[in-house]
Design a protein around this ligand. Structure first.
Ligand SMILES: C[S@@+](CC[C@H](N)C(=O)[O-])C[C@H]1O[C@@H](n2cnc3c(N)ncnc32)[C@H](O)[C@@H]1O
Ligand SMILES: *[C@@H]1O[C@H](CO)[C@@H](O)[C@H](O)[C@H]1NC(C)=O
Ligand SMILES: *[C@@H]1O[C@H](CO)[C@@H](O)[C@H](O)[C@H]1NC(C)=O
Length: 360
């Protein structure tokens, strides 16, 4: 038999497979490939069971608000999703308005740089990133501002990822990453010249608890900006469809209950901040932040085939397919929340700690 057609077929198949696994879809695959998916700090053999525990906890939103277990389950959630996020989304675990003519990576960076521009800090000053993920925002922010950033995340696996990325980017000397709970931070009072949190404080059962901690560690006169996940003025708690969408977002993103947009400034004032500015950055003329999720549906389908195969042959831990599927369903709820306008992941609040703290 003529070997040429066989060689040709093999090359074509291999090329097709390469294209399917590595090139197809919109994911920014930087530093994470599908064959390296793990359950974070969870042992390979426990991923499925841990996912089941997570789901059991977060599908009952009523119990969650009083629960002291929230940070532990948020930690579990990030063990389960961190690799999948890095593989399918990138190193910045947040949304940003779509900008015409700009890539996802560029519009993400613009959204991050805006945060540090808002708090008006100078090069060499020390700022806090509360809920820092694997540090995508931190790296953009030190590069843009010349500040030193200390990030805190509850998830140890993320600390290791963030440190490795910082080193690779040559930014370790400006970035510090600490594993800890932002409801009780391991920092002295009045340590930082500024602070920001990007889509992270939504995981706190009580916003007051995290805002008061941030207030405590800021120097007098320093500013804090947060991008909050909230329901908007269009959300109607009596509308079953609205409720379904919001609960879908909460369960699939480890949230103890989304807050009403109007609660945010109240809490900031209650812990002592002056509210300088508040704005929903998702409002037109901003481009839709959810368009990236919609376009990602083809990539999801490809990724789903990839994780199913990898799980079946034992490369990815058992449970990876479940986690991936949960994230896909959640993406649909997020899209519905964005399109209907009942939800925003970028309600921006800018606050200042007064120069003289009021004696009480
Ligand atoms: C959606 S991610 C955003 C990460 C990062 N800000 C970014 O934009 O890439 C939320 C982050 O908040 C962190 N987080 C949630 N609850 C926390 C807590 N109680 N203490 C510290 N970090 C927490 C998570 O570990 C995760 O890193
Ligand atoms: C910030 O980082 C620079 C460069 O490593 C260092 O010289 C400086 O002391 C740091 N500043 C603070 C406040 O940590
Ligand atoms: C959100 O807060 C506004 C202003 O306080 C209030 O009018 C509205 O009813 C609240 N929405 C929900 C769903 O609680």
């Amino acid at each position: 038999m003529d070997p040429l057609p066989i060689i040709f077929t093999v090359v074509l198949l291999a090329g097709g497979l390469y294209w399917f696994v590595f090139l197809l879809g919109s994911a920014e695959q930087k530093g994470k490939h599908a064959v390296h998916l793990t359950g974070g700090s969870i042992h390979h053999s426990n991923v499925k069971e841990t996912y089941n525990q997570y789901w059991f906890f977060f599908r009952r939103p009523k119990h969650i608000e009083e629960s002291e277990n929230v940070p532990a389950f948020v930690d579990t959630f990030y063990n389960l999703v961190t690799d999948i996020y890095e593989w399918g989304w990138g190193q910045s675990f947040h949304f940003s308005p779509a900008i015409k003519g700009k890539s996802n990576l560029e519009s993400t960076k613009i959204h991050e740089q805006m945060a540090v521009d808002l708090i008006g800090v100078k090069a060499g000053q020390k700022i806090l990133d509360a809920g820092c993920g694997v540090g995508g925002p931190m790296r953009a922010i030190v590069s843009h501002s010349g500040c030193n950033v200390t990030g805190i995340t509850i998830n140890e696996y993320q600390v290791n990822r963030a440190k490795a990325h910082n080193k690779k980017a040559g930014l370790s000397h400006l970035c510090d990453v600490v594993c800890g709970n932002f409801l009780n931070m391991p920092f002295e009072d009045e340590t930082f010249n500024g602070a920001y949190s990007i889509e992270a404080t939504c995981h706190a059962p009580k916003l007051e608890d995290v805002y008061s901690e941030i207030f405590r560690v800021l120097k007098p006169g320093a500013m804090y900006v947060s991008y909050e996940w909230v329901t908007t003025e269009l959300f109607n708690g009596e509308d079953p469809e609205h409720v379904e969408v919001i609960q879908g977002i909460e369960r699939g993103d480890a949230l103890p209950g989304l807050r009403n947009y109007s609660d945010i400034a109240d809490v900031a004032k209650k812990v002592g901040f002056e509210v300088v500015k508040e704005k929903d950055l998702a409002k037109p003329p901003a481009g839709p932040w959810w368009s990236r999720l919609k376009m990602g549906r083809i990539a999801y389908w490809r990724n789903h085939v990839v994780v199913t195969v990898l799980e079946a042959i034992g490369v990815a831990p058992k449970g990876t397919v479940d986690v991936h599927e949960m994230l896909f369903k959640t993406a649909d709820y997020l899209t519905r929340g964005g399109e209907s306008g009942i939800f925003t992941p970028m309600h921006m609040i800018l606050c200042r700690k007064p120069e003289k703290v009021q004696e009480s």
